[in-house]
Design a protein around this ligand. Sequence first.
Ligand code: IPM
Ligand code: MG
Length: 371
Amino acid sequence: MPMTTPSLLILPGDGIGPEVMAEVRRVIDWFGANRGLTFEVSEDLVGGAAYDAHGTPLTDATMAKAQSADAVLLGAVGGPKYDVLDFSVKPERGLLRLRKEMDLFANLRPAQCFDALADFSSLKKDVVSGLDIMIVRELTSGIYFGEPRGIFTEGNERVGVNTQRYTESEIARVARAAFELARKRSNKVCSMEKANVMESGVLWREVVSEIGAAEYPDVALSHMYADAGAMQLCRWPKQFDVIVTDNLFGDLLSDAAAMLTGSLGMLPSASLGAPMENGRPKALYEPVHGSAPDIAGQGKANPIACVLSFAMALRYSFDAGDEADRLEAAVGRVLADGVRTADLILPNDGGAPVSTGEMGDAILGALDSSL
Ligand code: IPM
Ligand code: MG
């Protein structure tokens, strides 16, 4: 790591974002105080919070800060209050602009089942226990960004249009990201598209196959239609290691995969782009869950997904894989001790949930005992 203190831009956002991020800040401080890992931390607004203050979900100034930060950590964006806004200023546009302008094309969404939560999955315990898969979702193209898009008038009715579009190079770079990850795991990639109905899927399959054969002959590559993939994820998820897929299918498949592990409140993600001058990838880390407006401000939210997103930052941006392991182990320990936020208690289970802050306390306690 270079000698200068790395910079971390924190964007708590909306809903439960600020509450879960407050716990992450305590974790960040812990690493500074106990492991000599210090960051130049700054905080700014995104999403509805930025709209309320500035009339836009992401100001140019915040965009510029994100571009120059060594890593960005985001909470969540959105809420019912903003549903009435024009599309161009909706909270989600702030997040999409960050992804697009930072060119964060590879979105890593691990779905890992903590032993202590295996009973909690809606699937049978032996189907999920030990589960550890990685979904690599393309994040800067496809139907999320393709043109033309809009609501147009044709004759006497309106028509809503979005366009799925992928260039060869966009497919190739996310495929490489998936193959590289597979080499550090079980050397297995499954690519998912709908080549049976979509030309973009045909091209996707061709390009992934070409890159695999030419550059990663050591990695076992398979293909699946995304609908069958969704079915297989529920049937026997442990058949997968790395899954690579497009932006929209990745959005759906990662929510499904997340739920296999028990709760959406558990899963982190890393969105990575090309390396910067200092060798670090452009990077944004965020929980897979949303802003959960129904429980916002009540201290009920599970901060683990956001805490684990910081662990991914330690691993992928700051070369501190050992410290990421330490943090993940601390979370595992807290769960093993039976500490549960409300999302980790089934309705017919009983038991009192801890608050967001108490979960933070427990994680810090487990970090202390890791020393
Ligand atoms: C996600 C979310 C976002 C997406 C929304 C908030 C724009 O669902 O990160 O999965 O659709 O990509
Ligand atoms: Mg989603």
